[in-house]
Write a protein that binds this ligand. Sequence first.
Ligand code: PMP
Length: 288
Amino acid sequence: YDDRDGKIWYDGKLVDWRDANVHILTHAMHYASSVFEGQRAYGGTVFELTRHSQRLHKSAKIMGMSMPFSVEEIDQACKDVLEANGLVDAYLRPVAWRGPEEMGVAAQKTKTHVAVAAWEWGDYFADKAKGIRLDIAPWRRPAPYTAPVDAKAAGLYMICTMSKHHAADRGFDDALMMDWRGQVAEATGANAFFVKDGVLHTPTPDCFLNGITRQTVMDLAKRRGIEVVERAIWPEELEEMQQFFLTGSAAEVTPVRSAGPWNFEVGELTLGLMNDYSKLVRGQLSNS
Ligand code: PMP
């Protein structure tokens, strides 16, 4: 990913892709003092751009990191990166991290650095349309009193990468993670929804990200007159669920064919929401 042409927005300037580097003593690399975003542009327009920039700010605040750029400046940085790279349909990755100005657990003297990169990224899952297969993750989402679970913070992703690799080694596309109580939480980079008798069920986001796509899909479902129930979901209940799909800025709406021992159909309701979402992000469905 590093050795290529293009531009990256880095601390307020567009720099050459190859020169967008950090020092070895970058605090974030040693202590995971980094927060990030991920969003997509469709036809040149970033879907929910400001909400992503706001969430970056919120994540930084939760982590006690100062933010040298306003939400508006980060919005503009995203637009500038798309333009500088001639991108129309792309994935954007804003990131903010503590730099090398101080080394050690205490990091009050570090500066927050901010960058935005963008590149073309097709479907997050190769078999998206026919439904993906999930493993059950060996790691659980941490309790809210053990980690800053409302921040999109790099440190929370180590168990996601390990779970995803564990799943891939066993031939699966991704992994479904339970939370510390044993309730169903989410996949390694996307939220979970289930369909049972025409009703949508989704775990209450009390120890994982309440995704922007998740909130968007809940609105889309309500517009279709579908009842949405947010509640604790136990793994045993998956036996009774007829459909299962994931939501995320990268994953969009992705049907799930199986999760551990449980199988699901790629049904009408899932496909309908998948279609609504793909229209909405392209401005082909009104936003209200
Ligand atoms: N959970 C995790 C762990 C994620 O990484 C993501 C992707 N940001 C999501 C959920 C979905 O969030 P969003 O819809 O805002 O992209």
